[in-house]
Design a protein around this ligand. Structure first.
Ligand code: SF4
Length: 615
C-alpha cells in the first residue's frame, strides 16, 4: 500500500514500548462507553494493535476476507432461525442456500446493460462468494438438526447491562431453550463461529465470551442459563462452555480488569504493546519498534494490505528509548496450585487493583513473563522444574514461604538484602573489586556488627526486627564516619569491627537518651568551644594502594580509546590516593568538662580509649 501523506504522524507516537495517542480527538473516537467481550480480549492482548485497528480499519473490506464472509454466514443463520418468517420444519439446506442466493443477488447484481467482461467477472465472484459463505455456515447442519431448535431469541442485544460492575454491550447470536448434560432445562446462549475451532491451549476467548453472555442473559432475564455453547459452523463442531462458579468468577474478574485497563489507557493516552503471533496481522507492524526488536514479520497473507512505516509515519517521542519487549507471552491458562490462572501480559501500568484475586492474576502474569523470558513455556514447565514457581510470597512479617524459602516480601528479606546491598555500595565507593568473595565477606561482617549491636539493645538478633533495621541505619553512619581498614591486617579489622559495634551502640545510647530524657533548655551550650581540627573528609574515602592489594583483583580501568588513554587511566587508578580521615572533633575537655550524663554513654575506643566519637 502506498500513502502520500503519513497517516498517523499527528495522532500517534512511540514511546519506548508504548504507543502514545497524541491527539485528543483519537481518544474520543476510540474510547468505549461500554465493554464487549471482544474489546475485553483486546485489553488483555496488545492494546497498541487495538488502537491501530480502530484507526486504520478499511471501509472497503475485501468481501472474501474471513470477517465479511463470516458476517454473511451469520446473516443467513439469523434469518433461517427467524420463527416469525419460517416454520421450524422449513429450516433446511435448501432454505439456507436460497437465503444465500438472495444476499448474493444484492451483493453481486448481474446487470444486463454492463459489458460481458464486467458481467462475467461479477458472475465469477458471485459463484465463488456463494460457495464460501455456504462453507462458513453449512456445518450447523452437522452440529444439529435446525428443525429441532426452539429459539428464545436471535441477536439478543445486551447493551445497557452492567456485568460485574462493567457497562456492557454486544449481541448474543442465539438463545435457545434446551437441556444440559445433567438434564436440566433452561436457556442456552450460543455463538456462531465461522473461523477455526478455538484452541484453548492459549486461553479460552470463546469460553470467556460465552460466560459473559451467560452473565448478561441472567441479568437480562433473571434466569441462570443451564449451558452455553460455541457453534463452529464451518467445521461442524460444538463446544459446551464451563459455567462453573470458579470459571465464571475468573472470567468476570478478567472482564473487570479489562475495563480498568481500558479506562486507564484512555486517561494516560498510553497503550502498551504485546508481541505475539498476531503481530503478523497487525496494521502497525511495519512501524512497531517492539515487533522489529522481536523480529516479527508481516504475514504473507496480508502483506499487500499493510501500510509501510513511511505510510504510517508514527514518530518516536524518545528516539533510542529501550524497546525490548517485556516478554513474548501469549495469553494462556495453566493450572497453578490447583487453580486455573490466566496468564496475561504483565501490564506495566497496573496499579491499585484492590482485589486479591486480581493481584493473583497480575502475579501470575509476572510469573509467565519470567518463564517465557527465560525460554520456558508455563504450560509445559512443572513446578518442580522451575524454582521461581516454588516461591509463594507471604505477609511481610512471615520470614519463610510455605516452601521453606526466604519470603521475598518479608522484613527479614529487606534486612538481608539491605545488608548485601550496603556491602556492594561500600566496595564500590572504596574502588575495590565487587566480586563474590569480597561482597560475601563484607556483608557477613556488617551482619555481625548489626547483630552484636542489636543484641546488646534488645537481646535479639533477628533480621525481621525493627531493631535490626535501626542498627543497619546506624551502620551506614558508622561507614561514613569510621573508615574501613582495607589493605590492613586481620588485627586492624578486628579492631575496626569492635569499634564499629561500639559506635552502633553509642548511636543507640544517644537515641535512647533522646527518647527517655527530658529535653534540656539549651543543649547547644555543650557545643560552645567545640571546633573542627581539620576540614571534613570526603564521604567516600579512596582506598589506599595497600587496600587494593589486600582484597586482590582491583577494579579494572575502563577500556580506553587508545593506549595513551589507557595508560593515563591505569595511572589514575594506581596512583595512591590519600587515605581519608574521619572528621576529628576535639572536645576541649580541659577547659570544659564533659557533662555528667556522658557517663552513661558507651565509650568508643577503637584506636585509643578516647572520646566516644573520636575515630
Ligand atoms: S506489531 Fe505486535 S507488538 Fe507491535 S503494535 Fe502490533 S501487535 Fe502490538
Amino acid at each position: 500500500m502506498n500513502q502520500t501523506t503519513p497517516l498517523l504522524h499527528d495522532k500517534l507516537a512511540w514511546d519506548g514500548k508504548k504507543l502514545v495517542v497524541t491527539d485528543d480527538a483519537v481518544i474520543n473516537k476510540i474510547r468505549r462507553k461500554a465493554l464487549s467481550p471482544s474489546t475485553s480480549k483486546s485489553m488483555q492482548s496488545c492494546a497498541a494493535r487495538w488502537v491501530g485497528e480502530r484507526l486504520l480499519r478499511s471501509e472497503d473490506e475485501d468481501p472474501f476476507a474471513p470477517a465479511p464472509l463470516g458476517t454473511s454466514a451469520h446473516s443467513v443463520m439469523e434469518d433461517m432461525y427467524d420463527e416469525d418468517v419460517y416454520e421450524r420444519h422449513e429450516r433446511s439446506l435448501a432454505l439456507a442456500e436460497a437465503l444465500t442466493v438472495r444476499d448474493a443477488d444484492i451483493m453481486w447484481p448481474d446487470i444486463e446493460s454492463e459489458p460481458d467482461s464486467v458481467r462475467a467477472m461479477v458472475r465469477l465472484n458471485r459463484r465463488r462468494w456463494i460457495e464460501e459463505v455456504k462453507i462458513a455456515y453449512e456445518g450447523i447442519f452437522v452440529i444439529e438438526d435446525p428443525k429441532t431448535i426452539e429459539v428464545h431469541s436471535r441477536e439478543m442485544q445486551i447493551d445497557g447491562l452492567t456485568i460485574n460492575g462493567v457497562p456492557t454491550n454486544g449481541f448474543i447470536d442465539r438463545v435457545r431453550y434446551g437441556v444440559n448434560k445433567r438434564g436440566k432445562e433452561g436457556l442456552i446462549p450460543e455463538d456462531y463461529k465461522t473461523g477455526k475451532v478455538g484452541n484453548t491451549r492459549f486461553g479460552d476467548d470463546h469460553g470467556d465470551q460465552l460466560r459473559i453472555y451467560a452473565a448478561a442473559l441472567k441479568e437480562k432475564t433473571g434466569e441462570t442459563p443451564v449451558a452455553a455453547t460455541v457453534l463452529y459452523t464451518k467445521f461442524g463442531k460444538a463446544r459446551d462452555v464451563d459455567l462453573s462458579p470458579a470459571a465464571m468468577s475468573k472470567t468476570l474478574k478478567t472482564y473487570e480488569l479489562s475495563w480498568k485497563r481500558h479506562n486507564r489507557y484512555m486517561e494516560t493516552h498510553e497503550f502498551p504493546t504485546k508481541v505475539s503471533a498476531l503481530c503478523g496481522w497487525c496494521p502497525l507492524i511495519n512501524a512497531c519498534p517492539v515487533a522489529k526488536e522481536e523480529g516479527k514479520k508481516v504475514s504473507e497473507k496480508v502483506a499487500d494490505q499493510m501500510f509501510s512505516s513511511t505510510d504510517l509515519g508514527i514518530p518516536a517521542l524518545r528516539p533510542g528509548a529501550s524497546v525490548a519487549a517485556m516478554a513474548s507471552t501469549e495469553d494462556t491458562i495453566v493450572e497453578h496450585h490447583g487453580q486455573d490462572i490466566t496468564f496475561f501480559m504483565p501490564d506495566p501500568f497496573s496499579y491499585g487493583i484492590p482485589d486479591e484475586q486480581l493481584e493473583a492474576v497480575e502475579r501470575a502474569s509476572e510469573l509467565a513473563a519470567h518463564m517465557y523470558a527465560s525460554g520456558e513455556n508455563p504450560i509445559t514447565s512443572l513446578d518442580k522444574d522451575h524454582g521461581m514457581a516454588k516461591i509463594t510470597e507471604d505477609k511481610v512479617w512471615v520470614p519463610y514461604t510455605v516452601e521453606g524459602e526466604l519470603n521475598p516480601n518479608s522484613y527479614a528479606a529487606m534486612g538481608v538484602f539491605g545488608t548485601a546491598e550496603l556491602a556492594v555500595e561500600a566496595l564500590h565507593r572504596a574502588g575495590l573489586a565487587i566480586n563474590g568473595s569480597n561482597v560475601k565477606a563484607l556483608a557477613a561482617t556488617f551482619q555481625h556488627i548489626v547483630a552484636e549491636a542489636q543484641e546488646s539493645w534488645t537481646g535479639s538478633t533477628s533480621a525481621s526486627d525493627g531493631a535490626n533495621s535501626r542498627m543497619r541505619g546506624a551502620l551506614r553512619t558508622v561507614l561514613a564516619t569510621l573508615p574501613m581498614p582495607f589493605g590492613e591486617d586481620e588485627a586492624a579489622w578486628d579492631g575496626w569491627v569492635v569499634a564499629a559495634v561500639r559506635r552502633c551502640k553509642s548511636i543507640t545510647a544517644v537515641a535512647l537518651a533522646l527518647f527517655a530524657d527530658e529535653r534540656p533548655e539549651t543543649p547547644w551550650t555543650a557545643l560552645a568551644g567545640v571546633a573542627a581540627e581539620a576540614a571534613p573528609a570526603a564521604s567516600a574515602p579512596a582506598p589506599k594502594e595497600a587496600a587494593k592489594a589486600a582484597l586482590k583483583a582491583p577494579v579494572k580501568a575502563e577500556p580506553a580509546a587508545d593506549e595513551a588513554a589507557a595508560d593515563t587511566a591505569e595511572a589514575a587508578v594506581e596512583a595512591p590516593a590519600p587515605a581519608s580521615e574521619p572528621k576529628r572533633v576535639i572536645r576541649k575537655a580541659a577547659s570544659k568538662p564533659a557533662p555528667a550524663d556522658d557517663l552513661d554513654f558507651v565509650p568508643d575506643d577503637f584506636a585509643a580509649d578516647a572520646d566516644v566519637f573520636v575515630g
